[in-house]
Design a protein around this ligand. Structure first.
Ligand SMILES: O=C(O)CCC(=O)C(=O)O
Length: 276
């Protein structure tokens, strides 16, 4: 299901761009569902959706957005990317698949307003397990594969994602990393040698290994950029921020999706009384 070209490009560059991954109807339903969620300050909850940010200039994240309704549940195993993600995280037929194919360790909608950006982070150096890029023994074994879906058109001035293609394999830190690195002041990636800005139409999605150096340009245009990001890794992973799926969500998800949200049913199911 994953073309040889996508495999080649993901290995070479660390990402593939899927044009039209979401239909126009899906994009408008996702946007309309987001519009129904009141704008919150970081720290506030709307049901099981949590408003979050890293600083004051990096935009607003609605974490656990798969709790926000069926349109977000459908993204968990969306046919446009699920085979790519399984292929690049890897592990089919091995112990990594013992409890299911994948685990989503973070999922959120992100809103970027004028003046906001996210600075450079990740990269092949220094290497870490969680976001590593690996191809070994004839298969991909990536620690974290992200799907970033555009819900608005993203062009010059819109605060697009920026990546350094090939940096997932780098053995060196970018010598100018510190000037562009993620901070609470809204650092952006524009200007660093080797980075490109990803222009997208709404409905497009980028699949990228988190070990790729990435961040964003600063938004200078009026209005807001909207994306949704789901991060996938092997089924034995754990939540990045310590969120947990609600019982309501687990109860309504079909088994294939529940396995990706909570691969293992946690034990004991009921509190145990000693000696019983
Ligand atoms: O907001 C963006 O475009 C970049 C996303 C990002 O930095 C991330 O996925 O870690």
């Amino acid at each position: 299901m994953v073309s040889d070209l996508d495999t080649y490009l993901f290995d070479l560059r660390g990402y593939v761009l899927l044009k039209g991954a979401l239909s126009a109807d899906e994009v408008s339903t996702l946007n309309a569902t987001l519009d129904e969620i009141p704008r919150m300050e970081p720290g506030q909850w709307y049901g099981h959706v949590h408003a979050h940010s890293y600083g004051t200039k990096d935009g607003l994240n609605l974490q656990q957005i798969y709790e926000g309704g069926e349109p977000f549940e459908a993204l968990i195993d969306h046919p446009s990317w699920i085979d790519h993600v399984k292929h690049f995280v890897g592990g089919e037929g091995s112990f990594d698949y013992h409890h299911g194919p994948l685990f989503i360790d973070e999922n959120f909608a992100h809103f970027r307003q004028p003046g906001e950006a996210i600075g450079l982070h990740s990269g092949g150096y220094p290497p870490i397990h969680r976001n590593q890029f690996r191809y070994h023994g004839g298969r991909f074994m990536c620690g974290q594969v992200n799907v970033l879906m555009a819900l608005t058109d993203i062009s010059t001035g819109d605060g697009g994602t920026m990546i350094i293609p090939g940096s997932h394999k780098s053995n060196f830190s970018h010598p100018h990393f510190d000037q562009y690195r993620m901070n609470s002041e809204g650092a952006s990636v524009e200007g660093i040698e080797g980075a490109i800005e990803m222009h997208m139409e709404k409905g497009d999605a980028i699949i990228f290994v988190d070990g790729l150096s990435h961040g964003s340009a600063k938004r200078t245009n009026p209005g807001e950029r909207r994306v949704i990001i789901y991060r996938y890794g092997p089924s034995w992973g754990n939540f990045r921020h310590g969120y947990q799926p609600s019982q309501e969500l687990l109860a309504r998800l079909k088994p294939e999706r529940r396995k990706i949200v909570q691969p293992l049913e946690l034990l004991p199911r009921e509190p145990q009384v000693e000696g019983r």
